[in-house]
Design a protein around this ligand. Sequence first.
Ligand code: FAD
Length: 240
Amino acid sequence: MPVFQTHTARLVRSVPLSEPTKHLEFEKEGVLRFGFVAGQWLSLKQARPDGEELTRAYSIASPPADDNHFALCLNRVQDGFMSNFLCEMKEGDEISCQGPFGDFILRPPLRDTIFIATGTGIAPFRSMLHWLLADPSRHQGRSFFLLFGSRTEKDIYYHQEFLQLADEHANFDYLPTLSRGGPEWKGLRGYVQEHVPGIVQGRAEMIAYICGLDKMIKANRDLLKGLGWDRKSIRYEKYD
Ligand SMILES: Cc1cc2nc3c(=O)[nH]c(=O)nc-3n(C[C@H](O)[C@H](O)[C@H](O)COP(=O)(O)OP(=O)(O)OC[C@H]3O[C@@H](n4cnc5c(N)ncnc54)[C@H](O)[C@@H]3O)c2cc1C
């Protein structure tokens, strides 16, 4: 079995995104630069009060940078140990981590892309989109669609940030959709899969990246396969 190096990460900033969800920024100790590819995840380790050591995977929510910082987007899972432990961490607290791991990354050649997420499944796409759109040689003028499903307006994490990215980049369409939007909501309504056909039909050679819980991923994979997409053009990361 391969042995992976364990690092210590210190929480430097904790920002509530909505009631059960937090954006946590860490710095990795002992390194000047933390190298990873947008879309990868970290394995976090923590002992429970009974002594059992738990590890859980968390997608990196920030783009690769020239320093030792990274961010996570965390949802409290009812009765779950790790997600609640992380959400209760205070600035200055430390946690052990290994990684980066995973191959849910943008594969060349770059194509027009639809990113489909619900909840904290937005994390790897925040990393990918900031990384891509920061440099024309990375995005190559391709078209990117972010279809982000939430219940209500307050659950749309990083909303202002994505609105601004869409404002700055004509090739990026930001499409939040609400399953329980109030009467004042002017955007899309319903589940993400209801809007996929309208985006992808009539466009050749696209690729889809899907991230979140199993049920949503399955619904979107089935839909795309039904539209004639081949398996290699549908990439996904499952959280449960
Ligand atoms: C590759 C990968 C990346 C991940 N990235 C993230 C991330 O960026 N942010 C994030 O919040 N989570 C992410 N997860 C989920 C995370 O690893 C944990 O499963 C989650 O935080 C629950 O851990 P826990 O110890 O609190 O609860 P557990 O005791 O492990 O789980 C309790 C129950 O909740 C279910 N469950 C697990 N995850 C969720 C969820 N997200 N929503 C609802 N129910 C769930 C489990 O199936 C289980 O039945 C990722 C998972 C994988 C495999």
